[in-house]
Design a binder for this molecule. Structure first.
Ligand code: NAI
Ligand code: UGA
Length: 432
């Protein structure tokens, strides 16, 4: 089937190759001419394992093509997927301007009735409003389906081909059945609901996962104060299948383009609906506080940070992605620069100099050794394998007193690191 996809970011591009792989004929459209040009030349602008190969393969076999939105005079497919961004506004609400713009284009350029499938994360009630504002006034009777996406960056293709579930929300049975059929070669439970429920499922999922993270971070903080060991605590509680062991990695908190923005948006939605979602507010506050812990430790251990040399390992918000949106590293580096510290930072994928306008005074190095050279302290902000598997004996030789390591992701072996001579600090591991 011919399918058009609007928005070629992480979600749109993965959707494009995923559906092309299922045999559909995909045209991916974006408003960003540079992105489209790169894709037309089979170059990637995001780092996602396996994506480049699938883009190349499907382009070659004629199932995948890219263009700019403005280049398209009419939309002649039966289905349009929308995967545009829904970033945070300053009050925490989701900015739906990209979505509205995309819908306007679809309605304007459609030459026959079609099904609009929204993959973007949008507040519950958005689909209803879109129908009232645009679809009921359109020349053709278009169907609207909410099909939220649950992929994780860094393993996006795996999540596309082997999802835990596929959620399809529609107010008309024909449309939901039609869209379910597009996924027939993917083995996963399909959850059918109305549009608003599907929209809420997405927020509830992200908010619940974020809650797990803030919860375990609070237990870790308390473990530091009481002498318990967070690793043991997690091991102990995760045997209970009602709790499960996933998403209980304590550290400097969640970042990325989704959890922070979606949790804020859900909080905003609650407020404007007259409900104060106290639990969610606490999740946000805990997360904001969590990333300050490395700075608190450094101040406590070294006093004034002015002139202190600090190495930051990791810029991306998690390993195996180049995404730095709301990465804890950003705030940590900025705060340390504010304190007068001299920062050197390194990430295996993110080139701070090119991509990142946040950290003007930080020095971005090409490898770990340049970064840690002469450092008084190291903060591990992203648990890339390269850092976990480092020869820490060797690293020690490069650093200088007081040889502090703050393991913001609890991935190093505290005893070994201490034995080498470092002063190790994890999150919830101070008893070790
Ligand atoms: N990044 C992720 O891992 C996940 C993201 N989501 C949700 O999916 C949505 C998209 O996220 P990302 O792919 O990360 O965003 P992104 O920001 O990487 O990509 C969005 C793309 O849409 C394009 N765009 C903007 N307006 C457009 C228009 N009118 N027509 C065509 N293209 C347009 C932008 O140029 C950009 O390339 C968001 O709502 C996000 O919350 C959901 C699950 C996972
Ligand atoms: O809506 C989205 O965009 C996506 O958001 C998250 O995916 P993602 O942000 O790519 O990455 P995660 O692996 O969920 O990690 C998010 C953040 O939480 C942190 N985290 C994760 C797990 C954990 O136990 N502890 C923890 O601090 C990670 O370091 C990272 O900063 C969800 O996991 C996806 O299901 C969802 O589709």
């Amino acid at each position: 089937m011919k399918i058009i996809i609007l928005g070629l970011g992480y979600v749109g591009l993965v959707t494009a190759v995923g559906l092309a792989n299922s045999g559909h004929e995909i045209t991916g459209l974006d408003v960003d001419m540079n992105k489209v040009k790169m894709l037309q030349n089979e170059n990637m602008y995001i780092y996602e394992h396996g994506l480049e190969e699938l883009v190349k393969e499907n382009t070659k076999n004629g199932r995948l093509a890219f263009d700019t939105l403005e280049n398209i005079s009419c939309i002649d497919s039966e289905v349009v997927f929308i995967a545009v961004g829904t970033p945070s506004q300053s009050n925490g609400s989701a900015d739906l301007s990209q979505l509205k713009n995309a819908i306007e284009h679809v309605v304007d350029k459609a030459k026959s009735p079609l099904t609009i499938v929204v993959k973007s994360t949008v507040p519950p009630g958005t689909g209803k409003k879109i129908k009232e504002m645009y679809l009921e006034k359109a020349s053709f009777k278009h169907s609207y389906v909410s099909n939220p996406e649950f992929l994780r960056e860094g393993q996006a293709l795996k999540d596309w081909f082997y999802p835990d579930r596929i959620v399809i929300g529609g107010d008309d049975r024909e449309a939901t059945a039609f869209i379910s059929d597009l996924y027939k070669d993917i083995k996963a439970p399909i959850v059918i609901s109305d549009v608003t429920t599907a929209e809420m499922i997405k927020y509830a999922s992200n908010a619940f996962l974020a809650t797990k993270i803030s919860f375990i971070n609070e237990i870790a903080n308390l473990s530091d104060l009481t002498g318990a060991n967070i690793d043991g605590v997690v091991q102990g509680i995760s045997h209970d299948p009602r709790i499960s062991g996933s998403f209980l990695r304590a550290g400097i908190g969640y970042g990325g383009s989704c959890f922070p923005k979606d949790v804020r948006a859900l909080d905003f939605i609650s407020t404007i609906n007259g409900h104060s979602f106290e639990l969610l507010k606490a999740v946000i506050n805990v997360n904001n506080r969590q990333r300050l812990i490395p700075i608190q430790i450094l101040r406590r251990e070294m006093g004034l940070l002015s002139g202190k040399k600090i190495a930051v390992l990791g810029l991306a918000f998690k390993p195996n992605t180049d995404d730095i949106r709301e990465a804890p590293s950003i705030e940590i580096i900025n705060l340390l620069i504010g304190e007068g510290a001299a920062i050197k930072a390194y990430d295996p994928i993110v080139d701070g100099t090119e991509k990142n306008f946040y950290y003007q005074e930080a020095v971005f190095t090409k490898n770990v050794w340049e970064t840690v050279n002469d450092a008084n302290a190291i903060i591990l902000t992203t648990e890339w394998d390269e850092f976990v598997n480092l020869d820490w004996f060797e690293v020690y030789k490069y650093t200088q007193s007081p040889h502090i390591i703050i393991d913001g992701r609890n991935v190093l072996q505290p005893r070994l690191i201490n034995e080498i001579g470092f002063k190790y600090f994890g999150i919830g591991r101070s008893c070790v």
